[in-house]
Design a protein. Sequence first.
Lengths: 177, 563
Amino acid sequence: MPPIRDKFTIHSKAVVCQDVELKGDITIGAGTIVHPKATIFAIAGPIVIGSGCIIEEGAIIVNRRKEVMRIGDDNLFEIGCRVESPTVGNCNTICTRARVHHTLRMSSYCVIGAGVLVVPTEDEMLDEYTVIYGPVAERRIWSGRGKVQEMDLRRKHAEYLREMLPKFNRLRRGDGT
Amino acid sequence: MAPKIEYYCPCLSESPHPPPPNLPSSSYSFHPLHNLFFCEECDAVRCNRCVLVEVSGYYCPNCLFEVPSASVRAEKNRCARNCFLCPNCRNTLTVVPSDPPENVDSRTSPIVSTTLGEPPFFLYCNHCRWDSAEVGITFEKPTGLAAQLQKFEDSAPESLEFERLKEHFEPFLRASSSSSTLPSASSHHVHTNPITAAASSALARDIPGVGKYNPLSRSRVGRDKAAHRQEYPDYKSRVEIGSAAALSGEADVEFLRHLETVSEVAALEQRWTNSWVSPLPASDLKPLRIPLQSKKSKRCPSCRHILIKPEQKAQSVRFKIKLVAANYLPAIAVTLPHAQAAIEMLKRTSKSASAAAQAEEQQAAGALIAGHSYSFHLAFTNPLYDPIQIRLAKALAPVQTAEGDAAAEAAERARRSTFQIQLPSAAFPVGAFAEAWEYDDEDEDMFLDDDGMEIVEARGKKGKDGRGKTRSVGIVEKRANVTIVSGEVLIPKEARGDVRFNMLVSYTYRSDDPEPSEEAGVGTPSRSHGTNKAPEMKNFSFYTVVDLGPIMYREEPKLTADL
């Protein structure tokens, strides 16, 4: 396997802490916040993260396929989650300790509940507004009520973090290691 | 399976001997120490099966509001405030306002204008994202939701029917309750609180013959019912039964005929919290008010002394009175030293084995193989502030002596094929419990080095043979308030099953009561020990069952895997 060449393209308005493990070709969009102790591994292919995403501690985003892994805008990756999905749309929420396999692709406004293990046997694309919850990963479609408030809340969350995190953590900037 | 030990509670039975441990039904009489209580007046162990339970208060698990007992009946055991259960995933629902009207430029819209949000409000589950607007329930105000929902609940056909039934039977109930339940209520009113009295009188009212056993009142209730049987007029229900069936029965059948997926039908967990029959289709399930939970206090069955009394506040998990057995009986932990050693070796050598394989190897390493003998360690922890002397004995199972040679032969074979246990026969002391910083003085007296783990030879310990320290039966270690003794189990070749045996533990301790020594011979009951120490010594004994695990049978000695 060819050695992984690190190439980080971090937008100037993004907040990426020093303690984050980055590997491979990673692009991080404007306004995205990566908490310390997060892990983003672009092992086989590059990862492109959109704007306004919040990646919390212990989150692991791994790309083991050669294609580009695209993550959209305003997503929330909560603590301890593990995402290998090749496509993640906008405004999704992957809750604490959820694990998403690489066969699953997410569209927008999906919610993967806490601790849920989503391992479909074949490639699958989640519809918009799908909610996966419970120990056996039951699914249902959310009506979408309350999504404006939720996006509002996420924007406020991101703004607060953008203000607070640099005060207590060193930031990592720009290209190279 | 790790070796474990459980304590026996006689549960007010006449014979103090525990049942033989290999019977499957005997497992109900043995409990781990943390489940047991201890009554100081009766000096006896009590368990959850024999203790009297009373309700000491009701509270809502969501808002932690203590509900007074009068409201409990009025609100039908549910929370009267804004606490609801999601019908989909049984999580708590929150009240949320609806979204503000969408702007064209939704990305740059400012923060929501008012803190309260805009009506209509609805219930929303954060976990599965179900909301009550799906079943059409919305509110104008975010508070007092139960009152707003009350209208819906009251107009349900089942509750209207129930109200009619209650009105119909009201005069008869009043007449019979005034005559028959008064004597029984006063006789056991002394010990119960109003909540329990209300509940038990309600039960006695509904089911004839239940209630405090009082032959006088029982016959009186029977007489009343017989008298009343002639007086009941016929009850006319609100809805004709034939047509009522059409409402629910046939509609359900129609729905089931057109089912596409199984998930359309409501699951059992979603339906059984509801008081009335809930609709079959999962999409029709309504949010439920959260059922109240109760805080219970427990009493000794014979002397009615309170053993457990929780605090009145719903948030606090502590107890006002907490007489648990762990504060009186020594805690016993049983380990197999050869299993520990094998696990340590496995851990050191195999680093790359998967978790499942490692667990299996550990289990196999700790197994008891037929034809060998093993020693096991019992660690006794003394909870009392005084040192105690413990004596162990094998509990003799009540053997049924049957006549006949066949029975004798069977008994002989049984004796040959069961395992033999050797326990230390002499009494050994266990130090008193004290705070951690007070133990330094004791350590220096007891041990030769500053090492806390020195193995001490205590008096009267070595059994028949003084082979090696680890193989002999007796005290292994004494440290602070913990003493570890070792026993041996010999497993003959034909033995099968689990190694499980009853053990009688008796210990003597200085009692807390400051009685002067002259009264020791007179005032104390017969169980005083009679040693020549100044305060009286009390003796207590209890049975335990020690389970060392199943016996594995191997043809040849186990080969250790190359790692």
